[in-house]
Design a protein around this ligand. Structure first.
Ligand code: SAM
Ligand code: SF4
Length: 324
């Protein structure tokens, strides 16, 4: 389905829990967030029903996110349920990797198509500082396990938060040594992200070029989203950038988001949307559900205004509640 600006909306990101086993400083407070009661979270059957309605409107790709999606029981069962829906071409996952090693086999069996692992540093102490938890070794074991399934696309996503060029160079080194794309995401001023300086694409490129030589932009896409890529001679994987701040990509935005409580959001920055959970739990029909989704997609805002000081209806949810 196209929105009123002519953008093709074919991608849904679903937060399946707001719980997380890490506390990244730019995403969650130290004490965690007041967790939503289980009964307020959509069941897997409710998620499937919504996704079935969405396929009728042209949604073809689904990303499971959170909080940490792998902390929700039987997430692989949901993967399988969504993969079985006619019209769904890809079901993917973004995870912090802590529980990946244990769950990788069942995710693969359920048919997961791609996995993004969020990893901001390869240094144990820095990992502890950023996530306020131990766990780097477990994430790396998860990554190693995932690499045993070459049919599943793997990417590393890094939100550069430390003012440390070595950190960026080491992370990019994963793409040199493995057929894995490493992507840098500019920090967005959502929730705790507002408290950090974002490290922009140009800055990162100059650090990486200093270490690895020329970065050549390429036009290939390797996923659902707005990431653009560079190749570096001798690298097996590519280096990508999701630069919402310095290279605004709203005109190509293809996605909507749903929170774990079933609130469908049209844009990361705006609250506007609809509670599909309330509709379903008060007995709406599939036609009514589909119509409500159609309206949210149609009315999707034209662009974010992260760089302007004040906006009306600005999002007050945290990134861990929206799903990134
Ligand atoms: N826990 C999972 C993970 O970390 O991949 C899924 C949820 S997390 C909210 C999804 C992504 O959002 C992560 O890659 C995280 O680094 C990113 N993220 C969180 N806060 C952000 C912010 N303010 N700006 C940009 N990306 C952010
Ligand atoms: Fe958890 Fe992901 Fe947020 Fe880190 S970025 S606190 S892993 S939800």
């Amino acid at each position: 389905m196209k929105d009123r600006y002519g953008r093709d909306i074919d991608y849904l990101r679903i937060s399946i829990t707001d719980r997380c086993n890490l506390r990244c400083i730019y995403c969650m407070p130290e004490e965690g967030i007041c967790q939503t009661a289980h009964k307020e979270i959509l069941t897997y059957d409710e998620i499937r029903r919504i996704c079935r309605c969405m396929t009728a409107l042209g949604i073809k790709k689904i990303k499971l996110t959170g909080g940490e999606p792998l902390t929700r029981k039987d997430s692989a069962v949901l993967v399988r349920m969504l993969k079985e829906l006619p019209g769904i071409e890809k079901v993917t996952l973004t995870t912090n990797g802590i529980l990946l090693k244990e769950q990788m086999a069942e995710l693969a069996e359920a048919g997961i198509d791609n996995i993004n692992i969020s990893l901001d540093t390869l240094n144990t102490e820095a990992f502890k500082k950023i996530t306020r938890r131990e766990g780097l070794a477990r994430v790396l074991e998860g990554l190693k396990e995932a690499m045993k399934y070459p049919q599943i696309g793997l990417k590393i996503n890094c939100v550069p938060v430390l003012e440390d060029p070595e950190n960026l160079i080491n992370l990019a080194g994963i793409a040199r040594d493995n057929p894995i794309h490493v992507r840098f995401i500019e920090m967005m001023p959502i929730g705790y992200g507002k408290e950090f300086r974002f490290c922009g694409e140009d800055e990162i490129c100059s650090v990486l070029e200093g270490a690895y030589g020329e970065m050549t932009p390429i036009t290939e896409k390797y996923g659902n989203g707005p990431c653009h890529y560079y190749k570096i001679s001798g690298f097996q994987g590519k280096i990508g950038f999701i630069s919402a701040m310095t290279h605004k990509f709203c005109s190509q935005c293809n996605r909507v988001r749903m929170t774990s409580e079933g609130y469908l959001k049209a844009c990361l920055q705006y609250q506007t949307g609809v509670s599909l959970k309330d509709m379903m739990r008060t007995g709406c029909s599939d036609e009514e559900l589909t119509e409500a989704i159609r309206k949210v997609i149609w009315e999707k805002p034209g662009e974010h205004h992260f760089t302007s000081k004040v906006i009306d209806e600005g999002e007050s949810r945290l990134m861990s509640q929206i799903g990134g």
